[in-house]
Design a protein around this ligand. Structure first.
Ligand SMILES: [Zn+2]
Length: 333
Protein backbone atom coordinates (compact mmCIF):
# COMPACT_ATOMS: atom_id res chain seq x y z
CA UNK A 1 0.00 0.00 0.00
CA UNK A 2 1.38 3.37 -0.94
CA UNK A 3 1.68 6.19 1.55
CA UNK A 4 -1.04 8.10 -0.29
CA UNK A 5 -3.39 5.14 -0.06
CA UNK A 6 -2.46 4.71 3.58
CA UNK A 7 -3.40 8.27 4.41
CA UNK A 8 -6.48 8.08 2.20
CA UNK A 9 -7.68 4.95 3.98
CA UNK A 10 -7.13 6.56 7.35
CA UNK A 11 -9.00 9.66 6.23
CA UNK A 12 -11.93 7.63 4.98
CA UNK A 13 -12.06 5.75 8.26
CA UNK A 14 -11.88 8.95 10.22
CA UNK A 15 -14.75 10.36 8.21
CA UNK A 16 -16.92 7.53 9.44
CA UNK A 17 -15.87 7.75 13.08
CA UNK A 18 -17.01 10.06 15.83
CA UNK A 19 -14.87 8.72 18.67
CA UNK A 20 -14.79 11.18 21.50
CA UNK A 21 -11.51 12.67 22.51
CA UNK A 22 -11.43 11.83 26.17
CA UNK A 23 -8.01 11.81 27.75
CA UNK A 24 -8.56 9.74 30.86
CA UNK A 25 -6.85 6.37 30.60
CA UNK A 26 -9.99 4.48 31.45
CA UNK A 27 -11.15 1.91 28.94
CA UNK A 28 -12.80 3.98 26.28
CA UNK A 29 -16.15 3.03 24.91
CA UNK A 30 -15.55 1.38 21.55
CA UNK A 31 -15.81 3.82 18.70
CA UNK A 32 -18.39 3.20 16.01
CA UNK A 33 -16.78 0.76 13.64
CA UNK A 34 -16.23 1.13 9.96
CA UNK A 35 -14.91 -1.38 7.49
CA UNK A 36 -11.87 0.00 5.72
CA UNK A 37 -12.89 0.67 2.15
CA UNK A 38 -10.34 0.56 -0.63
CA UNK A 39 -9.19 4.05 -1.42
CA UNK A 40 -10.52 5.08 -4.84
CA UNK A 41 -7.67 5.28 -7.33
CA UNK A 42 -8.74 8.74 -8.38
CA UNK A 43 -8.48 10.20 -4.89
CA UNK A 44 -5.43 12.33 -4.27
CA UNK A 45 -4.34 13.09 -0.76
CA UNK A 46 -1.62 15.43 0.32
CA UNK A 47 0.75 13.70 2.70
CA UNK A 48 1.40 16.97 4.49
CA UNK A 49 -2.22 17.64 5.37
CA UNK A 50 -2.81 18.05 9.07
CA UNK A 51 -6.21 17.46 10.67
CA UNK A 52 -8.16 20.68 11.13
CA UNK A 53 -7.41 20.65 14.83
CA UNK A 54 -3.97 19.11 15.45
CA UNK A 55 -3.73 17.56 18.88
CA UNK A 56 -0.40 15.71 18.88
CA UNK A 57 3.12 16.83 19.76
CA UNK A 58 6.32 14.95 18.84
CA UNK A 59 9.38 14.90 21.10
CA UNK A 60 12.67 13.36 19.92
CA UNK A 61 14.63 11.13 22.28
CA UNK A 62 17.14 10.52 19.49
CA UNK A 63 17.18 10.71 15.69
CA UNK A 64 15.36 7.38 15.45
CA UNK A 65 13.24 7.30 18.58
CA UNK A 66 10.38 9.69 19.23
CA UNK A 67 7.41 10.06 21.55
CA UNK A 68 4.03 11.35 20.40
CA UNK A 69 2.15 13.16 23.17
CA UNK A 70 -1.45 14.28 23.16
CA UNK A 71 -4.82 12.78 24.10
CA UNK A 72 -4.50 9.24 25.48
CA UNK A 73 -1.35 7.24 26.16
CA UNK A 74 2.12 8.23 25.00
CA UNK A 75 3.20 6.62 21.71
CA UNK A 76 6.78 5.38 21.30
CA UNK A 77 7.99 5.58 17.68
CA UNK A 78 11.08 3.74 16.44
CA UNK A 79 12.03 4.52 12.85
CA UNK A 80 14.84 3.50 10.54
CA UNK A 81 15.64 1.84 7.20
CA UNK A 82 13.24 -1.07 7.78
CA UNK A 83 10.29 1.07 8.75
CA UNK A 84 8.33 2.23 11.78
CA UNK A 85 7.43 0.43 14.99
CA UNK A 86 4.85 1.96 17.34
CA UNK A 87 4.28 1.28 21.00
CA UNK A 88 0.57 2.10 21.46
CA UNK A 89 -1.67 4.15 19.15
CA UNK A 90 -3.99 6.42 21.21
CA UNK A 91 -7.64 6.81 20.13
CA UNK A 92 -9.14 6.12 16.71
CA UNK A 93 -9.85 9.85 16.45
CA UNK A 94 -6.07 10.43 16.50
CA UNK A 95 -5.21 7.92 13.76
CA UNK A 96 -5.03 10.38 10.89
CA UNK A 97 -2.69 12.67 12.79
CA UNK A 98 -0.58 9.72 14.01
CA UNK A 99 0.02 8.72 10.38
CA UNK A 100 0.79 12.33 9.53
CA UNK A 101 3.31 12.56 12.37
CA UNK A 102 4.95 9.32 11.20
CA UNK A 103 5.33 10.91 7.77
CA UNK A 104 6.78 14.01 9.38
CA UNK A 105 9.28 12.04 11.49
CA UNK A 106 10.44 9.82 8.63
CA UNK A 107 10.72 12.75 6.22
CA UNK A 108 12.95 14.38 8.80
CA UNK A 109 15.33 11.49 9.43
CA UNK A 110 15.19 9.72 6.08
CA UNK A 111 13.67 6.54 7.54
CA UNK A 112 11.23 4.31 5.70
CA UNK A 113 7.63 5.26 6.51
CA UNK A 114 6.41 1.65 6.15
CA UNK A 115 4.50 0.70 9.27
CA UNK A 116 5.89 -2.63 10.56
CA UNK A 117 4.57 -3.40 14.05
CA UNK A 118 2.27 -1.86 16.63
CA UNK A 119 2.77 -3.17 20.17
CA UNK A 120 -0.14 -2.51 22.54
CA UNK A 121 1.08 -2.15 26.13
CA UNK A 122 -2.45 -3.16 27.27
CA UNK A 123 -6.05 -3.19 26.11
CA UNK A 124 -7.30 0.27 27.10
CA UNK A 125 -8.85 2.30 24.31
CA UNK A 126 -6.48 5.24 24.74
CA UNK A 127 -3.56 2.92 23.90
CA UNK A 128 -5.14 0.63 21.31
CA UNK A 129 -7.87 2.82 19.85
CA UNK A 130 -6.22 3.19 16.43
CA UNK A 131 -5.45 -0.52 16.02
CA UNK A 132 -7.86 -0.96 13.12
CA UNK A 133 -6.52 2.10 11.30
CA UNK A 134 -2.87 1.13 11.93
CA UNK A 135 -3.57 -2.41 10.70
CA UNK A 136 -5.20 -0.93 7.58
CA UNK A 137 -2.01 1.10 7.11
CA UNK A 138 0.04 -2.11 7.13
CA UNK A 139 1.00 -2.48 10.80
CA UNK A 140 1.01 -5.88 12.49
CA UNK A 141 -0.67 -5.39 15.88
CA UNK A 142 0.86 -7.36 18.75
CA UNK A 143 0.05 -7.66 22.46
CA UNK A 144 -0.09 -10.00 25.41
CA UNK A 145 -2.56 -12.91 25.12
CA UNK A 146 -4.95 -11.30 27.62
CA UNK A 147 -5.34 -8.15 25.51
CA UNK A 148 -6.89 -10.11 22.68
CA UNK A 149 -8.90 -12.23 25.12
CA UNK A 150 -10.34 -9.20 26.94
CA UNK A 151 -11.08 -7.30 23.72
CA UNK A 152 -13.29 -10.25 22.82
CA UNK A 153 -15.02 -10.47 26.22
CA UNK A 154 -17.76 -8.42 27.80
CA UNK A 155 -17.05 -7.63 31.46
CA UNK A 156 -18.22 -5.33 34.21
CA UNK A 157 -16.00 -2.41 35.14
CA UNK A 158 -17.04 -1.75 38.75
CA UNK A 159 -14.66 1.19 39.16
CA UNK A 160 -16.58 3.14 36.52
CA UNK A 161 -19.90 1.42 37.06
CA UNK A 162 -20.31 0.37 33.45
CA UNK A 163 -20.08 -2.69 31.30
CA UNK A 164 -17.14 -3.04 28.95
CA UNK A 165 -18.43 -4.15 25.56
CA UNK A 166 -16.74 -6.57 23.18
CA UNK A 167 -14.51 -4.58 20.85
CA UNK A 168 -14.64 -4.82 17.09
CA UNK A 169 -12.45 -7.58 15.71
CA UNK A 170 -10.55 -5.12 13.55
CA UNK A 171 -8.96 -3.81 16.76
CA UNK A 172 -7.78 -7.17 18.09
CA UNK A 173 -4.05 -7.94 18.06
CA UNK A 174 -3.15 -10.54 15.45
CA UNK A 175 0.06 -11.68 17.15
CA UNK A 176 -0.06 -12.46 20.88
CA UNK A 177 2.46 -13.80 23.38
CA UNK A 178 2.30 -15.15 26.92
CA UNK A 179 5.51 -14.06 28.59
CA UNK A 180 7.83 -12.17 26.27
CA UNK A 181 8.83 -11.77 22.66
CA UNK A 182 11.64 -9.99 20.85
CA UNK A 183 11.54 -7.91 17.68
CA UNK A 184 14.47 -7.13 15.44
CA UNK A 185 14.29 -4.14 13.10
CA UNK A 186 16.27 -1.05 12.14
CA UNK A 187 19.36 -2.65 13.69
CA UNK A 188 17.60 -2.57 17.05
CA UNK A 189 16.36 -5.30 19.38
CA UNK A 190 13.15 -4.63 21.27
CA UNK A 191 12.06 -6.94 24.06
CA UNK A 192 8.35 -6.94 24.82
CA UNK A 193 8.07 -8.18 28.42
CA UNK A 194 4.80 -9.14 30.07
CA UNK A 195 4.54 -7.99 33.68
CA UNK A 196 1.72 -9.85 35.40
CA UNK A 197 -1.36 -8.34 37.02
CA UNK A 198 -0.35 -4.68 37.36
CA UNK A 199 -2.27 -1.92 35.58
CA UNK A 200 -4.27 -4.79 33.97
CA UNK A 201 -3.59 -8.50 33.50
CA UNK A 202 -2.30 -8.00 29.96
CA UNK A 203 0.51 -5.50 30.45
CA UNK A 204 3.69 -5.29 28.41
CA UNK A 205 6.70 -3.06 28.83
CA UNK A 206 8.92 -2.55 25.81
CA UNK A 207 12.68 -2.35 26.18
CA UNK A 208 14.52 -0.90 23.18
CA UNK A 209 17.90 -2.38 24.00
CA UNK A 210 20.49 -0.42 22.01
CA UNK A 211 18.81 2.98 22.32
CA UNK A 212 18.45 2.22 26.07
CA UNK A 213 14.80 3.23 26.27
CA UNK A 214 11.92 1.59 28.14
CA UNK A 215 8.23 2.26 27.39
CA UNK A 216 6.39 1.42 30.60
CA UNK A 217 2.82 1.52 29.34
CA UNK A 218 0.33 2.39 32.07
CA UNK A 219 2.32 0.75 34.83
CA UNK A 220 3.87 4.22 35.07
CA UNK A 221 1.84 7.40 35.45
CA UNK A 222 4.39 10.13 36.09
CA UNK A 223 3.54 12.87 38.61
CA UNK A 224 -0.02 11.63 39.11
CA UNK A 225 -1.93 8.89 40.86
CA UNK A 226 -2.27 5.93 38.49
CA UNK A 227 -5.41 4.15 37.41
CA UNK A 228 -5.32 0.52 38.55
CA UNK A 229 -7.81 -1.50 36.51
CA UNK A 230 -8.69 -4.14 39.09
CA UNK A 231 -11.71 -5.14 37.01
CA UNK A 232 -9.35 -6.07 34.17
CA UNK A 233 -7.13 -8.15 36.44
CA UNK A 234 -4.93 -5.31 37.68
CA UNK A 235 -3.35 -4.99 41.13
CA UNK A 236 -1.35 -2.20 42.75
CA UNK A 237 1.33 -4.59 44.00
CA UNK A 238 1.79 -5.81 40.43
CA UNK A 239 2.28 -2.22 39.28
CA UNK A 240 5.00 -1.79 41.91
CA UNK A 241 6.55 -5.05 40.71
CA UNK A 242 6.51 -3.76 37.12
CA UNK A 243 8.47 -0.69 38.27
CA UNK A 244 10.98 -3.09 39.82
CA UNK A 245 11.29 -5.09 36.60
CA UNK A 246 12.15 -1.91 34.72
CA UNK A 247 14.54 -0.74 37.44
CA UNK A 248 16.28 -4.11 37.14
CA UNK A 249 16.87 -3.47 33.42
CA UNK A 250 17.59 0.26 33.53
CA UNK A 251 20.78 2.15 34.27
CA UNK A 252 21.51 5.81 34.92
CA UNK A 253 21.29 6.64 31.20
CA UNK A 254 18.02 4.84 30.46
CA UNK A 255 15.20 6.97 29.09
CA UNK A 256 11.84 6.01 30.58
CA UNK A 257 8.60 6.66 28.66
CA UNK A 258 5.56 6.54 30.96
CA UNK A 259 2.08 5.63 29.73
CA UNK A 260 1.01 9.09 30.84
CA UNK A 261 3.14 12.07 31.78
CA UNK A 262 6.51 13.39 30.59
CA UNK A 263 9.61 11.41 29.68
CA UNK A 264 11.71 10.56 32.71
CA UNK A 265 14.65 8.46 33.98
CA UNK A 266 15.37 5.99 36.78
CA UNK A 267 15.07 8.73 39.38
CA UNK A 268 11.52 9.53 38.28
CA UNK A 269 10.70 5.83 38.02
CA UNK A 270 12.03 5.18 41.53
CA UNK A 271 10.05 8.08 43.00
CA UNK A 272 6.86 6.83 41.36
CA UNK A 273 7.53 3.33 42.68
CA UNK A 274 8.11 4.54 46.24
CA UNK A 275 4.96 6.68 46.19
CA UNK A 276 2.88 3.72 45.07
CA UNK A 277 4.44 1.56 47.78
CA UNK A 278 3.59 4.21 50.39
CA UNK A 279 -0.02 4.38 49.17
CA UNK A 280 -0.42 0.62 49.37
CA UNK A 281 1.30 0.35 52.77
CA UNK A 282 -0.77 3.11 54.37
CA UNK A 283 -4.02 1.51 53.22
CA UNK A 284 -2.81 -1.95 54.24
CA UNK A 285 -2.01 -0.89 57.83
CA UNK A 286 -5.51 0.51 58.29
CA UNK A 287 -7.24 -2.38 56.54
CA UNK A 288 -5.35 -4.85 58.73
CA UNK A 289 -6.61 -2.95 61.78
CA UNK A 290 -10.14 -3.63 60.62
CA UNK A 291 -11.03 -0.19 59.28
CA UNK A 292 -13.64 -0.07 56.53
CA UNK A 293 -12.91 1.42 53.11
CA UNK A 294 -15.03 4.46 53.98
CA UNK A 295 -13.24 4.92 57.30
CA UNK A 296 -9.88 4.90 55.52
CA UNK A 297 -11.09 7.41 52.93
CA UNK A 298 -12.45 9.63 55.73
CA UNK A 299 -9.11 9.47 57.60
CA UNK A 300 -7.42 10.90 54.47
CA UNK A 301 -4.06 9.14 54.93
CA UNK A 302 -2.75 10.45 51.58
CA UNK A 303 -3.23 14.17 52.24
CA UNK A 304 0.49 14.80 51.66
CA UNK A 305 0.13 13.36 48.12
CA UNK A 306 -2.65 15.78 47.13
CA UNK A 307 -0.50 17.20 44.33
CA UNK A 308 -0.70 13.83 42.55
CA UNK A 309 -4.47 14.02 42.12
CA UNK A 310 -5.64 14.12 38.53
CA UNK A 311 -8.61 12.14 37.23
CA UNK A 312 -7.72 9.69 40.01
CA UNK A 313 -8.27 11.47 43.32
CA UNK A 314 -7.38 10.30 46.85
CA UNK A 315 -10.59 8.31 47.42
CA UNK A 316 -10.11 6.57 44.05
CA UNK A 317 -6.49 5.56 44.67
CA UNK A 318 -7.36 4.42 48.22
CA UNK A 319 -10.16 2.33 46.74
CA UNK A 320 -7.75 0.82 44.19
CA UNK A 321 -5.31 -0.07 46.98
CA UNK A 322 -8.13 -1.52 49.08
CA UNK A 323 -9.34 -3.69 46.21
CA UNK A 324 -5.76 -4.73 45.40
CA UNK A 325 -5.49 -5.98 48.99
CA UNK A 326 -8.59 -8.13 48.52
CA UNK A 327 -11.08 -5.71 50.09
CA UNK A 328 -14.72 -6.08 49.09
CA UNK A 329 -16.08 -3.58 46.58
CA UNK A 330 -18.72 -2.29 46.63
CA UNK A 331 -18.96 -2.68 50.41
CA UNK A 332 -20.81 -5.84 51.37
CA UNK A 333 -19.94 -7.80 48.24
ZN1 LIG B 1 -4.52 2.05 30.73
Amino acid sequence: MTKAMMIATASLLLGACTASDISEPAPAAPAPQATAPEAPASETVTLGALPEEPKLRVEAISENLHVIFGPGGNIGVSSGPDGVVLVDDKFAANSEEILYRIGEITAGNGASSDLLFVINTHLHGDHSGSNAEMAAAGGLVMAHDNVRARMGTRYMNKAFGREQAVQDRAKWPVVTFSDRTSLHFNGVTAHALHTPSGHTDGDTLVHFVEPNVIHMGDNLFLNMFPFVDVDAGGNMQGMIDAHDVALGIANADTVIIPGHGPITDVTGLTEARDTLQAVLDRVRVRKDRGESLQAIIDADPLADFAALESFIDRPAIITAAWRSLGGAFPAGE
